[in-house]
Design a protein around this ligand. Structure first.
Ligand code: ADP
Ligand code: ZN
Length: 720
């Protein structure tokens, strides 16, 4: 190659041509440094014919500066990047960016410097120094990370190095990961499991694209089945990617993985330290990382030889990314497998309707595990009609649920109460004037967190101490909590069962791997009588002594009224119900509701999953919703409300007039103010997907907006 077309990052012009200087070896996918005006930019060498741009004559080309010392992005990944950008109407460079991890990982050699405490007592202990020492807490971190964590300047830290309080530690980024062993501890599989595992193993051995839907009830042993496929990939020297919906689940998974394969897998998620991140990235691109377990961002990494992808809890909404490039990791995982020519397993006890339909249509091979492993039975599910069985005044647990909780405590068994609401109360108001505390940045109420003595916004993270007097009428001690959050339910349990050992499980209380492990160990060893938790406890855990699950408010998720509310409620309650009776003792589930007649609640009560999917399919067909029709959203936002409204009007005014395309709006978006930005939304519905993206591109591409306006396209949005 003597000229190269680049996909350039951080530039208004994402496609630029360069001259390749004599002696510089590049190929498609090479990551290079190029001059752009007075700056230097990073880019990826792309097939010119796949990347339209204006032809610049050879004589005018500037030369490339440098090739980064990393393997080029492989062709299947380049095709995935193109597909993702195209399907989700996202800029190509923004998608490619995800494949590079941090560009910092590209530069520099194989080491980094972290710092740890020397143990020397400081002669002068300033508050900043104390903060840094606290933040380090026996660990080591880079200067930049430590500065961020302790909210001090890097100067303060350099001063501490100079004073001998911190000492450098050289971290070897190419330190090899321990090798996983395919046959470390192979379990005896049940008949159903063997059948499933055989199919997966055969697909891995054979190679080639093969999408599976592993549909197994809670406790059926899905993990053990796909572990056999992982083992086969390891034997063949291939890499495996396992996607998990949230970091909270990872700890549990790691323990099981290590028990099966002898060593932990390689982790990839947003809260890794930069040394861990770079080490993982380097091992992944070289093909040395055997099994990578990660959040959705792990999907775009340049694996050297990916042989299998597993998406566990594939129905989870957190696989949908809702800012930046708005993609659904479940769907992109299938596409990645297609480009890599590898099998992909979507595992779930409550698959999304879209996945079920694809399986029915024969696109996915469906593998069923209809029974729990080891003869454990499915729990008995009962409905508590809150209209006739009312909790005491100011309480939230119905008498029947209270009675069952007491019975469990007497028998030494465990109970779990589920309410998907963090904090003490979802709404706080002034008892004198009725003033409601609202987030200054969002259209959302502030949620009272009593443990941390804060009012907090769950959308933007805004926090404030509870005011002593009402800002409106200045009455003192005026706050009243309205409605329950998990903290309040825990209080109620404390009142009913003063002797019970209670664990409150939310992202506020279990905010580190250590705390999660501590909780899991306590729960497994019978040190906890009642677990009160949010969706954090609905999935993955296996507590043998847990025999009662109480769903405090089954109607919570149904209130939003969006099209997926039914499915989400079904999944959440089926998952949490699935925690009961996994050991030898049978489980019981009480679902508190005011709508026992709702299709979701009836399906849960009768255990008739098919009837739920049938009802859900009908509702979606009527609404032209997926998988029967395609939706997209255009979200227009600005810090200036008038500017946002104006841009939304402009877009609405140039809407296409096509027979198969329906455009709704613009209207204020559901969270009409979010993180200080005013938001408007248009919804677009079409019969076929290809059409929809083209329509949107043709529609939006010619439009120009003022600087502060952001226009985002959300294909297959989750809430509408
Ligand atoms: P699921 O993910 O389908 O809900 P799990 O994979 O968590 O189910 O399995 C449920 C429990 O049964 C786990 O504790 C798991 O270790 C155990 N289990 C599953 N299969 C086997 C097996 N073949 N041998 C021994 N234990 C198993
Ligand atoms: Zn907010």
């Amino acid at each position: 190659m003597n000229r190269a077309r680049l996909l350039v990052f951080n530039s208004a012009l994402p496609v630029l041509d360069y001259r390749v200087p004599e002696g510089m070896a590049i190929e498609y996918g090479s990551v290079v440094v190029a001059p752009l005006g007075p700056r230097q930019v990073l880019g990826v060498v792309w097939e010119a014919e796949r990347l339209p741009g204006t032809e610049v004559p050879d004589a005018k080309l500037r030369p490339l500066l440098e090739v980064m010392p990393v393997p080029p992005l492989p062709a299947p990944l380049r095709r995935l990047i193109e597909w993702t950008a195209d399907y989700y109407c996202a800029p190509l460079a923004a998608v490619a960016r995800m494949a590079l991890g941090s560009s910092a990982a590209l530069r520099g050699g194989g080491t980094m410097t972290e710092y740890r405490l020397t143990g020397l007592e400081p002669k002068r202990l300033t508050p900043q120094r104390a903060a840094a020492m606290d933040a380090l807490d026996g660990e080591q971190a880079t200067i930049r990370e430590l500065a961020e964590r302790a909210s001090v300047s890097e100067g303060v830290l350099r001063g501490m190095v100079g004073a001998g309080l911190l000492e450098p530690v050289i971290v070897d980024l190419d330190r090899p990961y321990p090798r996983a062993r395919a046959d470390f501890a192979q379990p005896e599989l049940s008949e159903d499991q063997t059948a499933a595992a055989d199919r997966f193993v055969a697909a891995v051995t054979k190679g080639g694209f093969a999408p599976f839907l592993l549909d197994g009830v809670t406790g059926s042993g899905k993990t053990e089945c796909y572990f056999e496929a992982v083992a086969e990939a390891l034997r063949l020297g291939q890499q495996v990617l396992v996607l998990l919906p949230e970091i909270a689940l990872t700890e549990n998974f790691l323990r099981r993985f290590e028990a099966r394969f002898g060593v932990p897998p390689v982790l990839w998620h947003s809260s890794l330290k930069s040394t861990e991140r770079r080490r993982a990235w380097r091992a992944i691109v070289r093909g040395e990382a055997q099994v990578v377990v990660g959040a959705r961002s792990a999907l775009f990494m340049p694996y050297a030889r990916l042989g299998l992808i597993v998406v566990d809890e594939a129905h989870e909404v957190s696989f949908k990314q809702d800012d930046g490039v708005r993609y659904n990791a479940r769907d992109v995982a299938v596409m990645r497998a297609k480009f890599e020519k590898a099998p992909v397993i979507l595992a779930s006890a409550t698959p999304a309707l879209e996945s079920m339909q694809l399986a029915e249509a024969g696109v996915y091979e469906k593998i069923d595990l209809p029974a729990r492993f080891g003869g454990a039975t499915m729990p008995d599910i009962q409905i508590v009609d809150l209209r006739s069985e009312q909790p005491e005044r100011g309480h939230w647990l119905a008498p029947r649920l209270v009675k069952e909780l007491k019975a469990r405590l007497e028998r030494g068994e465990q109970s779990l109460l589920f309410l998907n609401r963090r904090g003490y109360a979802p709404l706080t108001l002034c008892r004198n004037c009725g003033h409601r505390f609202q987030c200054p940045n969002c259209t959302a109420w502030l949620v009272e967190h009593r443990l941390s003595r804060r009012l907090a916004c769950h959308h933007c993270g805004f926090e404030t101490p509870p005011p002593e007097t009402c800002p409106e009428c200045h009455t003192a001690d005026c706050l009243v909590a309205c409605g329950p959050g998990v903290e309040r339910i825990a209080d109620e349990v404390r009142e009913i069962l003063p002797e019970a050992r209670i664990a409150l499980v939310t992202s506020d209380t279990l905010n580190s791997p250590a705390k999660i492990n501590e909780f899991v160990e306590a729960a497994e060893n019978g040190m906890i009588d009642v677990i009160v938790g949010t969706q954090l406890v609905t999935k993955g855990y296996h507590f043998p002594e847990l025999t009662l699950v109480g769903v405090v408010d089954a109607d919570l998720g149904l209130e939003g009224g969006d099209l997926r509310a039914g499915e989400r409620t079904y999944q959440q309650i089926a998952q949490v119900a699935g925690r009961a009776g996994r050991g030898e003792k049978p489980g019981e589930v009480l679902i508190q509701t005011r709508h026992p007649e709702a299709a979701v609640i009836e399906a849960l009560a009768s255990g008739d999953r098919d009837s739920f999917y049938a009802a859900e399919a009908e509702a979606r067909r009527d609404a032209m919703a997926p998988p029967f029709g395609r939706w997209a959203a255009i979200i227009i936002s600005s810090e200036d409300e008038a500017e946002a409204r104006e841009a939304a009007r402009t877009i609405g005014g140039s809407r296409p007039d096509l027979p198969d395309v329906l455009v709704l709006g613009p209207a204020a978006a559901p969270l009409s103010l979010l993180r200080g930005r005013y938001r408007y939304r248009l919804l677009i519905n079409a019969r076929r997907s290809a059409e929809l993206q083209d329509v949107i591109r043709t529609w939006l591409d010619p439009l120009r907006f003022s600087h502060g306006v952001r226009v985002a396209v959300d294909i297959d949005p989750y809430s509408f």
